[in-house]
Design a protein around this ligand. Structure first.
Ligand code: HEC
Ligand code: HEC
Ligand code: HEC
Ligand code: HEC
Length: 491
């Protein structure tokens, strides 16, 4: 495999010589502008690297529409895609906190802080701590102002940042030392997490992954007994190893301490942890590309021509929206073949996400019914109940993990399929136990459980958001509608 990768990289270099005539395109020359160790302002970096600055600024521009099937972020149609409409079961499963109110597909880095300012305020209710994966100032602010900054209401925390750079998202400072040829990472939470998994030295290719893993990882915001923010974000990696941060380990970590339970799921009343954008974790768990030594930057920041110079593309986006030029650095197959391979995986992952999501939603409604029965005095076997609950939480967190991961399975197709298969199995077991408990309580939930998704999806938050049927992902294989009627979905 490694030999293959080396051969591919060598052929990449040779192909590059032929295809683009790299001999004539050269790296951008270093202009003798001094960049300070602590220079946060990209405009200053731009004085030395104008082409990189311009490329970085382009994350502001909408991307070509119609190229990506599942990551329609904010393209030239300028539609913001609502994850709760794409996957309607999320409306029920996430009801109880911000994610169940407004949850959008990502767009370019330029919008990282802006989108937080614009989204429903419930999403940033923890306060300053929400800036961890957004502003380059987070570490300095945390070190200087501690809990005062971390727990400040979100907009007030933003106002504590230097005025000119309050809306600045991922910046040169985050990924580079003043000599930008030296890549780095600055986030304290990643440093601590790498300590946790015993990862000490890092190769250059690993830095091309870790620069992104500063933010494209899952985390929890620790809470005190009163559910108040109790510190900076922490990555739940205590059971992980480099190249092996599994969903099993993440769940074990998250469930090991009540301070990691961040919200209460409305339909079940269960206190729950959560999982956010685990791109690094899924990708690095033995994917073909990770094992072949391929980095995030290889696919999301390919070399591109800028005038007569050749630079790493800093307009980070979906490779599909960049016409898969990144893949062509290593693959000789056609663009059509590569596109087909991506969709092949994503169609299958999405089909399974629907299966796993609706199965978990079915259990959630059964818990709701059982809890009502309990309230009315029905006797419920506690041991069976606990087992049903544990299986349900295992299923739910697996659904969240793959659904929150932003590649729709592409980063690690086999692992994504495995995790979703297990989610379906856990839900199946939980549903069987729940039906048994309900039967014992003299209740019959019917052959099909009414999910009633219309209610949680209607009139959400400050902007009164509603279900947008045109955005929904329909099972590409037509299986889901055979398993669940429209009536049961209740949309
Ligand atoms: C400082 C945190 C941070 C770093 C570092 C970072 N990202 Fe992001 N990334 C984000 C956030 C936040 C968003 C979503 C922004 C939004 O939707 O407003 C995002 C969005 C994206 C998107 C979606 C863009 C689109 O057009 O829809 C891609 C792709 C991406 N990042 C890849 C990467 C890669 C690859 C790296 C490393 C080279 C990286 N990111 C480094 C925080 C970061
Ligand atoms: C082998 C190529 C490859 C590698 C390596 C790779 N990605 Fe991706 N990534 C993709 C593809 C393909 C997609 C799917 C894009 C789509 O569906 O439009 C994607 C999607 C994404 C998205 C969502 C993009 C969007 O428009 O919303 C993010 C964020 C992302 N990747 C981050 C990362 C990070 C972080 C890493 C490293 C930990 C990484 N990727 C490694 C190919 C790659
Ligand atoms: C999310 C991380 C990230 C951000 C933000 C970022 N870069 Fe980079 N940059 C990279 C990566 C990855 C490379 C490839 C470096 C390598 O392979 O060693 C790179 C390479 C470079 C290079 C070396 C030449 C080249 O094109 O490969 C320069 C110069 C550079 N960046 C300048 C900048 C400037 C200026 C900014 C801000 C305007 C910036 N970068 C923002 C990740 C980032
Ligand atoms: C830096 C080099 C590199 C880049 C960039 C790259 N790949 Fe790959 N890709 C590889 C290597 C190496 C393998 C493993 C080949 C092998 O061992 O046979 C591979 C394997 C694959 C496979 C087969 C995977 C499997 O599960 O067997 C697919 C599909 C694929 N790549 C698609 C893509 C797409 C799509 C992109 C762009 C988004 C891309 N690759 C970018 C190097 C790369």
């Amino acid at each position: 495999m490694v030999k293959n990768a080396v051969m591919m990289l060598t052929s990449l270099f040779v192909a590059c010589l032929f295809l683009t005539g790299c001999d004539s395109s050269k790296p951008e020359p270093y202009l003798s502008v001094q960049i300070d160790q602590d220079e946060y302002d990209p405009e200053k970096w731009g004085k030395a690297y104008p082409l990189h600055y311009e490329s970085w600024l382009a994350t502001k521009d909408p991307k070509p529409v119609g190229k990506s099937r599942y990551k329609r972020g904010w393209d030239t149609d300028k539609v913001v895609y609502d994850k709760l409409s794409e996957f309607p079961f999320l409306g029920l499963l996430y009801q109880g906190w911000g994610f169940g109110i407004e949850y959008n597909e990502p767009r370019g880095h330029y919008y990282a802080v802006i989108d937080q300012i614009e989204i429903d305020p419930s999403r940033v209710s923890p306060g300053g701590v929400c800036l961890a994966c957004k502003t380059p100032f987070h570490r300095e602010m945390t070190e200087t102002h501690g809990m005062d900054y971390l727990t400040k209401p979100y907009l007030e925390a933003v106002a504590m940042l230097p005025e000119k750079l309050q809306e600045l998202g991922p910046a040169c400072y985050d990924c580079h030392l003043p000599d930008p040829m030296e890549l780095t990472f600055k986030k304290a939470h990643l440093e601590k997490a790498l300590d946790m998994i015993g990862k000490t030295d890092t190769s250059r290719q690993e830095l091309r992954i870790l620069a992104c893993a500063q933010c494209h990882v899952t985390y929890y915001v620790p809470r005190d007994a009163g559910m108040k923010v109790a510190g900076d974000v922490i990555l739940p990696w205590q059971d992980g190893k480099w190249g092996d941060i599994s969903i099993e380990g993440i769940i074990e970590d998250l469930l090991s301490d009540s301070s990691r339970l961040e919200w209460t799921q409305k339909v079940t009343g269960f206190k729950m942890p959560f999982i956010r954008h685990p791109e690094f974790e899924l990708f690095s768990r033995g994917s073909v590309h990770f094992n072949a030594g391929v980095a995030c930057a290889d696919c999301h920041m390919p070399f591109t021509r800028s005038g007569s110079y050749k630079i790493s593309d800093h307009d980070v986006t979906s490779p599909l929206k960049a016409d898969l030029t990144a893949c062509a650095q290593c693959h000789t197959q056609s663009k059509e073949w590569l596109t087909d391979r991506i969709f092949h995986t994503q169609d299958r992952t999405t089909s399974l996400i629907l299966r796993a999501g609706y199965s978990a939603a079915t259990c959630a409604r059964l818990f709701e019914t059982l809890h009502q029965a309990k309230d009315q005095g029905a006797a419920v076997d506690e041991a069976v109940y606990t087992e049903a609950k544990n299986h349900y939480i295992q299923a739910f967190l697996r659904v969240v993990f793959i659904n929150a991961e932003n590649s729709s399975g592409f980063h690690n197709p086999a692992e994504a399929g495995r995790v979703l298969g297990d989610a379906i199995a856990f839900s199946g077991k939980s549903e069987a136990l729940l039906r048994q408990l309900l039967a014992n309580a003299g209740m019959d939930p019917g052959l099909e459980v009414a999910l009633d998704l219309g209610k949680p999806l209607t009139n959400r938050g400050r902007a009164n958001l509603n279900f947008r049927p045109e955005q929904e992902f329909i099972d590409p294989f037509g299986i889901q509608e055979k398993l669940l009627s429209d009536e049961a979905r209740g949309l």
